[in-house]
Design a protein around this ligand. Structure first.
Ligand SMILES: Cc1ncc(COP(=O)(O)O)c(C=O)c1O
Length: 396
């Protein structure tokens, strides 16, 4: 309400100096929470997709030089550039390579281990194979908390490979990076500072109302090199009147609203301690749910990462065989379980009793619970497994 009433424009520093400083401080505080360098560059954007795309645009400019801004990909010999990521990476990556002009075929998919984390031996093999084929590797994208299961790619090992291979290291931490605030954070989350760039969503696990994403770059000059344009109509900095670089020169947007105020207020209200408590609680609840599912007959716990738990109703082969005699499908096929679990989820959502989402991993349709609400309580969690089993049994 305040931001709407004041309605500053954060395009250039001089038209919104106080608001710009509030954004600068919010970005700096987010960097501190993530153990990212305090002097990193960065800005707030609408969400994680745009934060990730902004980082990759900066990577493209940093790796391919200033000519890319003048001539695009039509400058010089045509190369097959390559971006490396696992199949678990969120779909923003397809959008990014598409709109940057590389095309989706520029993504080399790296295999994952049994916990759906990037297999770094395969990453090295892919880079070597691509170089041998004459392609030009550019960027490795790691996830710090994948969208489906909360898997964290091996940040340290990937950082080493990027250094050796001279590749840009980007981390998509939209969902999980905020958990770096915990002293008990998984080891790889404690090393986000190894990345050249990070995208994170304040509107996910910093509990800020939509829309609030954040992109961080270790070297702030990359943003300016990528996005600054001189014009005859915006204020320019000179020796007599030096001005901080405005946000229109650091991102895609020109006119920009005061989304920083809500981010700044949440950060001030909760503080580091508040986030440690709230994020820690969410993770404990996920742990509790995973434990309950593990103990509940007819439920299979599939994956558990940070505050995400995926599972499915599975009454076992004997029961499935009886159903499939009637409908003539394979008794142990995932198809049947997928259909049952889809129906369970539809019913749960329609009733409004709880609203889990879903994940597709391999051939399996899974029920997915992602706890990023500080009002979620043990009571919500404790009732869910039995409810899913009841619904499942009523459907077979
Ligand atoms: C890991 C990850 N990356 C990126 C995104 C996209 O973020 P946004 O919806 O804010 O654009 C999401 C959204 O769920 C996500 O979980």
């Amino acid at each position: 309400m305040l931001a709407a009433a004041i309605n500053p424009n954060l395009a250039t520093w001089s038209v919104g100096p106080v608001a710009s400083e509030i954004e600068r401080q919010s970005v700096q505080w987010i960097a501190e929470l993530l153990n990212y360098p305090r002097d990193a560059g960065g800005l707030l954007v609408s969400g994680g997709t745009i934060a990730n795309i902004t980082a990759l645009l900066a990577a493209r400019r940093a790796l391919l030089g200033s000519a890319i801004r003048q001539h695009g990909l039509q400058n010089g010999p045509v190369h097959q550039y390559r971006f490396y990521a696992t199949p678990e990476t969120h779909a923003w990556l397809e959008e990014a390579v598409d709109i940057m002009g590389f095309g989706e075929s520029a993504i080399t998919r790296v295999e994952t281990d049994e916990l759906l984390r990037m297999d770094t031996a395969h990453l090295s093999a892919c880079i070597a194979r691509d170089r041998q084929a004459g392609h030009v590797p550019l960027v490795v994208v790691a996830s710090a908390g994948t969208v489906s299961t909360g898997a964290i790619d091996p940040i340290n090992a990937i950082a080493e490979i990027c250094t050796q291979e001279k590749l840009w290291f980007h981390i998509d931490g939209c969902y999980g990076a905020a958990a770096a605030v915990l002293a008990s954070a998984p080891r790889d989350l404690q090393h986000l500072g190894l990345a050249d760039s990070i995208a994170m969503d304040a509107h996910k696990w910093l509990y800020v109302p939509l829309e609030a994403g954040c992109v961080l770059l270790k070297d702030k000059n990359h943003l300016i090199d990528t996005f600054a344009h001189e014009t005859g109509y915006y204020p320019v900095s000179d020796e007599q009147n030096p001005l901080p670089v405005g946000y229109r020169d650091q991102g895609v947007q020109t006119s920009r609203g005061f989304r920083a105020l809500k981010v700044w207020m949440c950060l001030r209200q909760a503080g580091r301690e508040g986030y440690v408590a709230m994020i820690g609680d969410n993770i404990d609840l996920a742990q509790r749910l995973a434990g309950l599912i593990g103990k509940t007959a007819d439920l299979d716990l599939r994956y558990h990462g940070l505050s995400i738990v995926t599972f499915r109703f599975n009454p076992g082969l004997e029961v499935l065989a009886e159903i499939t005699v009637a409908d003539q499908s394979e008794p142990d096929s995932d198809d049947l379980l997928n259909r049952i679990n889809q129906d369970i989820l539809k019913k749960l959502q329609a009733e409004g009793w709880a609203y889990p989402s879903h994940a597709h991993i391999g051939n399996e349709f899974l029920i997915r619970v992602c706890i990023t609400n500080f009002r979620s309580s043990a009571r919500d969690i404790d009732l869910l497994p039995a409810k899913v089993v009841d619904l499942g049994r009523s459907l077979i």
